[in-house]
Design a binder for this molecule. Structure first.
Ligand code: 5GP
Length: 121
């Protein structure tokens, strides 16, 4: 799938749409999800144009990949999630329920999150 530079996270990266930023470095931007599913719900996105986790894994540079996952860990730490634990989700494609076609990881925490998938899944 070709990258659509009109997706909402591309617009956030370009500063065309505001976000509630929690972290930024050369490779990564992170901000609070607009519809939080847990007491803490942060989205972490690479600054590069990658559609999903598979595109990112195949095409991102080693610096981008390590920078992304280091940021995930740092953000979890800075938001006091490491002690009690947290969940990282990367919805991918149709079956994964991905809505925004710019790779992102959801960091969820702040309470016991229960089973990984809903009973309906
Ligand atoms: P996906 O289903 O693609 O994994 O998740 C997309 C996430 O982006 C959803 O949790 C949704 O609430 C969030 N989202 C969609 N539009 C915006 C927005 O404009 N700002 C922020 N902060 N989050 C958004």
């Amino acid at each position: 799938m070709a990258y659509d530079d009109q997706n909402i996270f591309a617009k956030i990266l370009r500063g065309e749409i505001p976000c509630n930023k929690v972290f930024e470095n050369d490779h990564v931007l992170a901000f609070h999800d607009i519809h939080p599913q847990a007491p803490t719900h942060i989205l972490v996105i690479p600054k590069g144009a990658y559609t999903d986790v598979a595109d990112f894994g195949e095409n991102a540079s080693p610096d981008e990949v390590s920078g992304f996952w280091s940021a995930v860990s740092q953000i979890a730490d800075e938001n006091d999630l490491k002690g009690d634990g947290f969940r990282v989700i990367a919805n991918t494609g149709l079956n994964g329920g991905q809505e925004v076609p710019h790779f992102h990881a959801h960091i969820l925490g702040g309470k016991a999150l229960g089973p990984m998938l809903s009973k309906a899944a």
